[in-house]
Design a protein around this ligand. Structure first.
Ligand code: ADP
Length: 438
């Protein structure tokens, strides 16, 4: 399941990023090719102006001049003197070139009839030239072409200059190939990155899922024990004497109450997890709240001969904006634990103080203490340091619920060792509790 989701997320992530990359590459390639073509055309136009001025200045056009103007074969120049092809380009006796020339002139006459017409009535010593891209069916090549008309003393001179675009085509192909290689490499790296990124992204979800499975298996295990006792008692009732039945019913009752307490705890935790935890925030006098908690646990502590004391600040402190019933629940958990894990004749001290912008509540005992390695773990659901020694009504959920309640108040709960042995639980509740979790 996880592998499947991981693979799908990787494909989605890599697919989207690759699509964006390819799109950007295409746009960049298009813009870059356009600017390459424009630059080539501008440079061609500039060279045509130079060729034109050279032709204009010369009274006699020699083969050497034409050869120089052709710039070592970079350009093909065809001249027509009074409409008759100049012999220069015929020296190679190239019939293809003749056909090419005819094709260019025909194309020019069709595409630019106005210029062709105006060239016929050109005043002496004047010239016109037109540049255009041209695709030849004779040579199957693309060119930039320029048709020049010049009115000279000796008559009209027509020049056709062709610049083959095979180098430009090659440049474009090389650039496309470079982009293809870069894109393939980038897509590969993106896929690799997506694989690790989504794995990291899914890790907390996977851990959460593991914790939930662990939580449910622990919860069902805890529920199964009292249920098994109840079932065995009910089946034993059938053959038991009236006296025994009485005992069985009392066991069933106490196990039922245990189950009910566990279900209450599970429901509380379920609510904090799904953020449906209801807290009625109100102005709460914490000193009164602590005295009430003290009174509630005084009898229990007296049974173990444990000294329970409360220390309140001398000066009056402001009311705390919190859920009084939930903070009482936290106090009940901490005091119940303190009494449970403190041997007879021990001492438990509850203290309230104001510390900068926090209310500080401390519950310290001189009991069995908590090893450093367990201090964080005991806040996990169903975690008990010594399961065998825990009494039946301890499921390992109390501190988990307490920390969730304190967290919902934007507060914190910490454990330290009591001087001389035992544990001290310190709760900090913000005095300005404006931004509370639900
Ligand atoms: P439980 O219901 O088992 O007490 P808690 O979540 O309240 O569950 O506590 C988790 C574990 O932390 C307990 O099982 C116990 O081992 C340890 N613990 C909690 N409070 C104290 C304490 N005051 N002194 C020593 N150990 C404690």
């Amino acid at each position: 399941m996880f592998q499947k989701v991981h693979l799908r997320l990787t494909l989605l992530c890599a697919g989207i990023t690759s699509f964006i990359l390819i799109l950007i590459s295409f746009i960049y390639l298009y813009v870059s090719e356009q600017s390459l073509e424009n630059n080539q055309f501008l440079s061609f136009q500039g060279n045509i102006t130079a060729i034109l001025s050279n032709l204009e200045q010369q009274t006699v056009i020699s083969h050497e001049l034409l050869s120089k103007l052709e710039a070592n074969g970079k350009y093909s120049i065809f001249l027509l003197d009074n409409g008759i092809p100049f012999l220069y380009h015929k020296r190679e006796d190239n019939a293809v070139k003749d056909e090419l020339l005819t094709e260019v002139i025909a194309y020019y006459n069709i595409m630019y009839p106005d210029q062709a017409e105006s060239a016929k009535t050109l005043p002496p010593f004047k010239s016109v030239h037109t540049q255009f891209p041209f695709s030849s069916s004779v040579t199957r090549m693309n060119y930039y072409a320029s048709v020049i008309f010049m009115q000279k003393e000796s008559g009209s001179l027509q020049a056709v200059v062709l610049y083959p675009l095979d180098k430009l085509k090659q440049q474009k192909s090389e650039q496309r190939l470079r982009f293809l290689v870069i894109d393939i490499l980038a897509i590969f790296l993106l896929s690799l990155f997506s694989w690790f990124f989504t794995k990291k992204l899914l890790k907390p979800i996977l851990e959460n899922q593991k914790q939930q499975i662990q939580f449910f298996s622990s919860a069902s295990h805890e529920l199964r024990t009292p249920l098994a006792v109840i079932l065995s008692c009910t089946s034993a009732c059938a053959s038991a004497s009236a006296e025994e039945v009485k005992d069985f019913i009392s066991i069933i009752q106490s196990e039922g109450l245990r189950m009910s307490a566990l279900i209450d705890d599970l429901l509380t935790l379920g609510k904090t997890d799904s953020h449906t935890f209801t807290m009625h925030m109100e102005q709460t006098e914490l000193d009164t709240l602590l005295l009430n908690s003290y009174e509630a646990f005084e009898t229990m502590s007296r049974e173990k001969n444990i000294t329970l004391s409360v220390s309140l600040p001398d000066a009056s402190i402001p009311a705390c904006i919190c859920s009084g019933s939930r903070i009482s629940q936290v106090m009940a958990i901490l005091l119940h634990n303190a009494i449970s894990y403190t041997p007879d004749d021990g001492a438990i001290a509850v203290r309230l103080a104001m510390k900068e912008h926090y209310f500080l509540i401390e519950v310290s005992d001189n009991g069995i203490g908590i090893p450093d390695s367990e201090k964080e773990l005991i806040f996990k659901p169903f975690y008990r340091i010594d399961k065998a020694r825990s009494s039946k009504e301890h499921f390992g959920l109390g501190l988990c619920i307490a920390s969730e309640i304190v967290r919902a108040h934007n507060g914190s709960i910490q454990i330290t060792d009591t001087l001389g042995g035992g544990s001290t639980f310190t709760i900090l509740l913000p005095a300005l509790n404006n931004n509370l979790c639900p």
